[in-house]
Design a protein around this ligand. Structure first.
Ligand code: F6P
Ligand code: MG
Length: 438
């Protein structure tokens, strides 16, 4: 493309991508190996000797994989026989044509987005070659642990939501708008808690986020909350029952605290009559350590129902009922765990694209979704978001993301340069965020 610095981010020494493949990903794999080993007893209890054999096999597969990565071996085609195996292997061929000269893509000579996604797909492949423990989610322990670490912060959010519900009748349109904005920001900062940026270490929300919102405001680099409010209230009398079917989609990111902030937002969207349906999109396989699978989604609601806290269990009940009534819907699609940019969705996953077209507003949570929305290109900071999306525009959409990868578009002139001069890590520290609409 002729636009800006629009080149593929091949992993350059010293870059955040380089650090990721050199340190962060091997660290994540080491944690996977430890986790499998720690569960040996459990596998034995469940499957007997076969379980222990499978544990050994998985560990040997992942040790080999770590070695491939650390010694910059070529990227290998997948050999399992899954629905997406061919698409992955075709993509590898395509990467080869991009490099040219017959060179094979290797762990450090490939686009960063691609190798990182590929690692998680290889973990999936490794587990599928290790029956009977193939269904075991190697990140489950760390996801659950981080959930429990964030419980105080979750309680505070649930209490806030229930209090809001009590006072709703007395709230003016402006006050409702303010509350909606508050919950959008909660969902934004919830995205700090992913377990991939921390190399699989605990990264939970320990204190209530609500009290910090005001002081965090200046870290929101693009804040299009007004456009969201206008999109959802256009032609509606806010506060009154909303007869027309309106649909909001949330393309989920991390389980744990972030997922709860998304549930709270989704709950409020229905409660404020900003939409009649919320559709969630999760991952089919364990992904980027903490991303939400169907199991995480259900497990989280189960935890809320079981906990001994009035407002948390009240939330759990509402969410369970929403799912039963069909005002909350959960979707899965293999496209979300492919390495492809979103502008190729229409071609690669036309069914998903058609589904998203039914939405009135799509939220894309998190950093990885942002990288895929913008094709992970090194765009100039001032390139408009709509331009970086290229042809991807199934419906009005919004990225809610803390910055954890060195890409950002749609900034006012000079802002990116000013931040670069004062804070070398501003794009990867998760300290800054965007609520960016197109
Ligand atoms: O490691 C790559 C990366 O995309 C980071 O930029 C980010 O830390 C993480 O993976 C995923 O973040 P998120 O959970 O917000 O998508
Ligand atoms: Mg994630």
């Amino acid at each position: 493309s002729a636009i800006g610095r629009s080149v593929l981010s091949i992993i350059g020494a010293g870059s955040f991508a380089y650090y990721t493949v050199k340190d962060r990903l091997p660290q994540i794999l080491t944690k996977v190996i430890d986790t499998i080993h720690r569960n040996k007893k459990k596998f034995f209890e469940e499957y007997g000797k076969e379980g222990v054999e499978a544990e050994k096999k998985a560990i040997s597969i992942f040790s080999k994989l770590r070695n491939e990565m650390q010694t910059n071996k070529p990227i290998l085609p997948l050999t399992d026989n899954c629905q997406d195996t061919d698409i992955w292997n075709q993509y590898l061929d395509y990467q080869k044509t991009l490099l040219g000269n017959g060179e094979d893509p290797s762990w450090f000579r490939s686009p960063w987005l691609y190798v990182e996604c590929y690692l998680y797909r290889r973990i999936q492949e490794g587990m599928s070659f290790s029956p009977p423990i193939s269904e075991y989610d190697v990140f489950r322990d760390v996801k659950n642990e981080s959930f429990f670490q964030s419980q105080q912060a979750m309680m505070a959010l649930c209490t806030h939501l229930q209090e809001l519900k009590k006072t709703i009748a007395s709230l003016s349109k402006e006050q409702r708008q303010e509350e909606f904005y508050r919950l959008l920001q909660v969902s934004l900062w919830g995205n700090k808690c992913d377990l991939s940026i921390s190399g699989g270490q605990d990264n939970s929300q320990k204190s209530s986020i609500l009290a910090s919102l005001e002081s965090l405001k200046s870290f929101i680099l693009v804040n299009n909350m007004d456009s969201l409010w206008n999109t959802l209230t256009k032609g509606k009398d806010v506060g009154s029952e909303n007869a027309l079917k309106t649909r909001v989609d949330i393309v989920l990111d991390n389980a744990g605290f972030e997922l709860v902030t998304d549930f709270i937002l989704a709950d409020a969207i229905l409660f404020f009559n900003l939409a009649t349906e919320v559709h969630f999109h999760g991952k089919c396989i364990p992904w980027f350590v903490s991303d939400t699978t169907k199991h995480d989604f259900d497990w989280t609601i189960q935890q809320f129902l079981a906990v001994n806290h009035k407002w948390m269990s009240k939330c759990g009940q509402t969410w369970k009922e929403n799912l039963k009534k069909g005002s909350w819907v959960y979707h899965e699609n293999l496209f979300w765990t492919l390495p492809h940019e979103f502008w190729s969705m229409e071609k690669i996953a036309p069914d998903l694209y058609t589904e998203l077209k039914k939405s009135d507003l799509i939220f894309f949570k998190g950093d990885l979704n942002y990288r895929k929305l913008t094709g992970d290109r090194k765009w100039d900071f001032t390139v408009p978001f709509s331009q970086a999306l290229k042809t991807f525009h199934p419906a009005p959409l919004c990225s809610i993301r803390t910055l954890k990868a060195d890409i950002q578009v749609g900034l006012q002139a000079g802002i990116g340069e000013r931040l670069s001069a004062s804070d070398a890590n501003w794009m990867v520290s998760g300290k800054y965020g965007v609520i960016q609409f197109s």
